[in-house]
Design a protein around this ligand. Structure first.
Ligand SMILES: Nc1ncnc2c1ncn2[C@@H]1O[C@H](COP(=O)(O)OP(=O)(O)O)[C@@H](O)[C@H]1O
Ligand SMILES: CC(C)(COP(=O)(O)O)[C@@H](O)C(=O)O
Length: 275
């Protein structure tokens, strides 16, 4: 069997997180919470003699995707179309990795299970330093709370039982690898506090409040992002920063009400899926 296959993976905006290192990439990852988005990435895998990868028509090299193909011992052309920008806190690298794993499994007739494919994509992201918890959240959908770090064999997921319209504005990129490679103690301390707040009160409102406070305490806010969040608050709305990007997201019509011209989507009720 050697047909092409396509998978859709929702984007994922992390509101807050902690960093858990481990030599075993299936145990390494992050705790935290975020929003899976109806805007996402569609990944098509076609078996071929040589590997090639394209994102929105341009040739691109994404380390975790290479790692997924290595783990699956797969040579293929990977073609991705993304509604979201790369490197701006939407988990696009995680979506590319998970989409590649799901579509390659189908296209190459590999017969791996969903947990096995999520584990491979999670490990590839962690080892590349491009993400810690996006993949498991994207596999689940909704508003996932990551109570424990790691892949599906080790983590424990819960969720905020809610859905919402989501608006976002991106000002630029933030290098995930550089932030994760720096001092992470303030992130961990702020992330733990944010997680207990949301576990105590698992609502969208407490999620976005905890995220805003996390961004401040972990000192991740840039001036532009801070200003936009403030503008939304002054207009009576709720917004925070997408980790890790120069991106502001708001619930409902928060950014529109504050005079911005945002992209609009919603929380994605399901997780990643084959088309
Ligand atoms: N033009 C590009 N812009 C941003 N990242 C790129 C680009 N080309 C390749 N990459 C790679 O894509 C990955 C982006 O990862 P990351 O910053 O975690 O993105 P995201 O926040 O979308 O998950 C990195 O491995 C980076 O080296
Ligand atoms: C916040 C981050 C560590 C990175 O997210 P991104 O920049 O979107 O790849 C994420 O993977 C998480 O663990 O919550």
């Amino acid at each position: 069997m050697s047909d092409e296959a396509t998978a859709f993976v929702p984007g994922h905006v992390t509101g807050f997180f902690t960093v858990s290192e481990d030599d075993d990439p299936t145990k390494a990852g992050s705790q935290g919470a975020g929003l899976a988005l109806t805007d996402g990435v569609e990944v098509t895998v076609r078996p071929a003699d040589e590997r090639e990868m394209y994102l929105d028509g341009a040739s691109i090299d994404v380390e975790p995707v290479e790692r997924v193909l290595d783990a699956l011992d797969a040579d293929a052309v990977v073609t991705a179309e993304s509604e979201l920008p790369l490197g701006s806190g939407f988990g696009v690298s995680g979506a590319l990795s998970l989409g590649t794993a799901l579509a390659a499994n189908r296209a190459l007739g590999l017969a791996l299970s969903e947990n096995e494919l999520v584990t491979i994509a999670h490990g590839a992201e962690v080892q590349s330093g491009t993400g810690l918890g996006d993949v498991v959240a994207q596999a689940r959908g909704g508003v996932p709370i990551r109570l424990e770090p790691g892949g599906p064999q080790h983590n424990l997921l819960d969720a905020v039982p809610a859905r919402a319209r989501v608006e976002y504005v991106t000002f630029g990129e933030l290098d995930t690898e550089a932030v994760l490679g720096g001092e992470t103690d303030p992130i961990d301390e702020a992330g733990e506090r944010a997680l207990s707040r949301v576990v105590r009160e698992p609502t969208l409102s407490s999620f976005i409040f905890a995220s805003r406070r996390f961004a401040r305490e972990a000192e991740l806010l840039s001036e532009r992002v801070g200003e936009a969040i403030q503008d939304v608050s002054e207009a009576g709305g709720q917004a925070s920063m997408a980790m890790l990007g120069e991106t502001v997201f708001a619930l409902g019509t928060g950014l529109t009400d504050a005079g911005y011209d945002p992209e609009v989507c919603a929380t994605h009720p399901a997780g990643a899926m084959l088309r």
